[in-house]
Design a protein around this ligand. Structure first.
Ligand code: SF4
Length: 379
């Protein structure tokens, strides 16, 4: 096999999307893990009725999100253990689908299929969206990149609202298989007090069903302030993240009209500062959509948050169907690879703990930072 820059290949697959030969999907939904659209849809085009892989592995273990684009030069061909990635007619490297968790076929005591409650991101991150709802849509002030409502309407594949007890049951079943290492919890927009209460019930249920004293993983709540940050810590979750989306203040206001009205840039920074005091350095994340603002402001945000003792999770933007930015184009793979390597330099120089016990390179295929840190043996 040729030498590859796997990080750049991953960036390219996220920016260009990927197609497939029908035979390459053999075993999907039985032997291999399929997409379940727990929150957003990341494909370039909808695919109702066609099961597709959620993500896949490159030969060095890099996890890549599968983003369907039938016009992409990338295509997966072959069957069995012989799946190969092609770029146009040229062979690139072997790829493997990820094994489907056995709990996906189990049912909760309430009779719900567990896969409709929680799904695995990448290889080891158990994801729960406790409510697929966001009030910014009804006021036409949703973030320009977001397709939460259209994804839910198009696929309807997950329960929109989940009972806290059954989340505990799913966590127990998932951990029992020995593959899950972290949870990721998020919900739509709530009243702050109500959300703290719901999260507290959920984390308590997960602790009861798994036996953890503190649950390894991250909560991404609606913007929380002051005392509520301590309340989230008291639920027993190890890490917290704040979805700032865009660092540049004016771009943030333009791209996230509803969210920026509710929570300003400086309020987010203040909340992150408070959260680092409460959760500890490395256990707090700023979540960004990478590719919608200039390199300079994105890296300014990375530096500022590293100085606060926080980490970042920058998702590679995809022009998702159903979002206002559908049909646009992301920056090049070279841009993503260069910028993320500079971000990794900033983090490794900063001394902020990488927090990989809560979120790691195996968790999600749509973020390049863990891969860039892994190149520096930080994993
Ligand atoms: S806050 Fe923005 S990104 Fe989050 S669900 Fe609402 S519209 Fe989507």
């Amino acid at each position: 096999m040729k030498e590859f820059d796997f990080l750049k290949l991953k960036a390219s697959l996220l920016v260009e999307g990927i197609g497939y030969e029908q035979g390459a999907l053999e075993g999907l939904g039985t032997q291999f893990k399929e997409q379940n659209h727990g929150l957003f849809g990341w494909d370039f085009e909808d695919h109702v009725g066609q099961a597709l892989p959620d993500d896949f592995l490159l030969p060095d273990g890099t996890v890549v999100q599968f983003r369907l684009n039938s016009a992409s030069p990338y295509r997966v061909m072959g069957t069995g253990e012989q799946r190969m990635l092609f770029h146009d007619q040229e062979e690139v490297c072997p790829v493997s689908w990820i094994k489907r968790p056995a709990f996906y076929d189990k049912c909760t005591t309430t009779g719900h299929k567990m896969v409709r409650i929680g799904q695995i991101g990448g290889e080891d991150c158990l994801f729960f969206c406790y409510q697929n709802y966001c009030s910014h849509f009804s006021r036409h002030k949703q973030c320009l990149f977001c397709n939460l409502v259209s994804t839910s309407k198009t696929y309807g594949s997950v329960l929109r609202k989940k009972d806290t007890e059954i989340i505990g049951e799913v966590a127990q079943a998932a951990w029992a298989e020995g593959k899950v290492n972290h949870v990721l919890l998020t919900g739509g927009c709530f009243g702050e007090q109500k959300e703290v209460e719901i999260v507290s019930h959920i984390v308590t249920a997960i602790r009861q069903y798994t036996g953890f004293d503190r649950v390894p993983g991250t909560i991404l709540p609606s913007p929380a302030k002051g005392d509520n940050i301590k309340r989230y810590f008291d639920t027993g979750i190890q890490a917290i993240g704040f979805s700032m989306e865009i660092w540049d203040e004016r771009l943030y206001e333009a791209i996230c009209p509803g969210k920026s009205e509710a929570t300003s840039h400086s309020e987010f920074v203040e909340s992150i500062r408070t959260a680092v005091r409460v959760f500890g350095e490395g256990n707090v994340y700023g979540i960004f959509v990478m590719g919608l603002e200039p390199r300079s402001t994105f890296l300014e945000g990375v530096k500022a948050l590293a100085n606060e003792g926080a980490n970042v999770v920058p998702f590679v933007w995809s022009p998702n169907p159903g979002s206002h930015l559908a049909g646009h184009r992301a920056p090049t793979a070279e841009w993503f690879a260069d910028v993320i390597r500079e971000a990794a330099d900033i983090f490794s120089d900063s001394g902020v703990p990488a927090g990989t016990e809560n979120h790691c390179y195996r968790c999600d295929g749509n973020n390049l930072l863990h891969d860039a840190l892994r190149e520096k043996n930080i994993e």
